[in-house]
Ligand binder design. Structure first.
Ligand SMILES: NC(=O)C1=CN([C@@H]2O[C@H](COP(=O)(O)OP(=O)(O)OC[C@H]3O[C@@H](n4cnc5c(N)ncnc54)[C@H](O)[C@@H]3O)[C@@H](O)[C@H]2O)C=CC1
Ligand SMILES: Nc1nc(O)c(N)c(N[C@@H]2O[C@H](COP(=O)(O)O)[C@@H](O)[C@H]2O)n1
Length: 245
């Protein structure tokens, strides 16, 4: 798949929502594409194109600027995504490979296999990196090229500790900036974490996906600040920060 050009006015809007170059500070961007009725796919397990080609290019521009890209197992199983970066200033193969983010798959119950996936194919073609899989138990039958990282859980509640997870990715793998693309279960949790998420970049496509679509509404109301809108051919992009609650 080749990309259309990046709209000229997008980088200046995105600039202050991107991780700073050469910074070793942790940076988390939550980014996804939704319909007007806040759905990110037509239904569970259905890969759905929402973004216009120009905002798809923006996603690859964002990927270029991050060390890692995280998705949940629901997304990797539904979409079989590539998660590489196809955008680079000069479009060279070397630059694309170097700047492809490291895929991070939150698959605590070990349902997904790298071998035979789109990600695997791209890795073999030197167009993408191999994944780190976050698991509750290191599997006996480890896959070649995959790195496994144990999920960090709160002792009292047993729930995933996102702060420790991003800290560990930074300390153990030098992944300072992470863009989190979804899916719905992951997004819903992170919309309630203003202390973890530095930037929010949401593409809003001009479509309604209807009641059977996968919804991304947080369990509580969420206020935003530092808001900027970009208007494209059919989509708008909202850049913002989550307000502290
Ligand atoms: N339009 C867009 O930008 C995007 C759309 N999608 C869509 O989203 C849908 C998938 O969303 P979901 O089914 O909600 O799946 P998901 O991708 O959010 O994954 C959920 C899974 O992730 C793991 N997980 C998440 N939070 C966890 C936690 N706190 N502790 C332990 N494990 C945890 C679990 O294995 C859980 O079953 C697909 O239809 C996909 O196409 C996904 C990403 C972006
Ligand atoms: N930006 C954006 N727009 C859409 O319309 C989408 N459906 C998605 N989905 C996300 O992108 C992943 C696919 O990545 P590849 O193109 O295969 O590299 C998919 O898994 C979702 O995370 N994003």
């Amino acid at each position: 798949m080749s990309l259309v050009s990046l709209p000229q006015d997008l980088p200046s809007i995105l600039k202050s929502y991107l991780p700073t170059t050469n910074s070793d500070k942790k940076f988390v961007t939550l980014t996804y594409a939704q319909s007007i009725d806040a759905r990110i796919s037509k239904g569970p397990g259905i890969r759905t194109i929402i973004s216009h080609p120009e905002t798809k290019t923006m996603t690859h521009y964002l990927r270029y600027h991050h060390d890692g890209i995280l998705i949940g197992s629901g997304t990797v199983l539904a979409d079989d995504p590539g998660l590489n970066c196809k955008w680079a200033p000069d479009g060279s193969q070397e630059e694309i490979q170097e700047h492809s983010p490291r895929p991070i798959i939150l698959d605590t119950s070990g349902k997904w296999k790298f071998t035979g996936s789109k990600m695997h194919e791209l890795f073999l073609q030197q167009q993408g990196k191999p994944p780190i899989i976050i698991v509750d138990k290191i599997p006996n039958d480890k896959e070649e090229y995959v790195e496994y990282m144990l999920a960090t859980r709160d002792i009292e509640t047993g729930s995933l500790n996102w702060f420790s997870l991003t800290k560990k990715l930074r300390e153990d793998y030098n992944i300072n900036s992470i863009m989190i693309e979804g899916g719905a279960k992951v997004i819903k949790q992170l919309l309630l974490k203003p202390d973890l998420v530095n930037s929010l970049v949401i593409t809003i496509g001009s479509t309604f996906l209807g009641k059977s679509g996968v919804e991304v509404s947080p369990d509580e109301s969420v206020e935003l600040s530092d808001i900027n809108w970009w208007k494209g051919t059919t989509d708008t992009v909202m850049c913002a920060r989550l307000s502290k609650r």
